[in-house]
Design a protein around this ligand. Structure first.
Ligand code: FES
Length: 89
């Protein structure tokens, strides 16, 4: 299911499309939205962002969820299950 991701940052709000099967990070990169990431595999947590609304699911089993809060998401390995809103720090 293709969804909409509303991306909020300090001075801007953008809406981007997220194609079924792609990660949130892939969608951000495709739309030239700059954000931090490194390992791309759910380990380093550098890609952690605030999830304001919506549902996500993880594409990998070994995701380092111990270091993130309930309202945070690791965008490098998360796919959307609904329209979402995130805040880039
Ligand atoms: S880039 Fe390392 S956990 Fe996402």
């Amino acid at each position: 299911m293709d969804c909409v991701c509303v991306v909020r940052s300090e001075n801007r709000t953008r809406k981007i499309g997220v194609v079924s099967g792609e990660t949130i990070l892939d969608a951000l990169i495709k739309n030239n939205v700059r954000t931090k990431y490194s390992c791309g595999s759910g380990i380093c947590t550098l890609c952690k962002v605030e999830l304001i609304s919506g549902e996500v699911e993880y594409t990998r089993k070994k995701v380092n969820l111990e270091k993130i809060k309930e309202n945070e998401v690791l965008i490098c390995c998360a796919k959307v299950s609904s329209d979402i809103t995130i805040h880039l720090g």
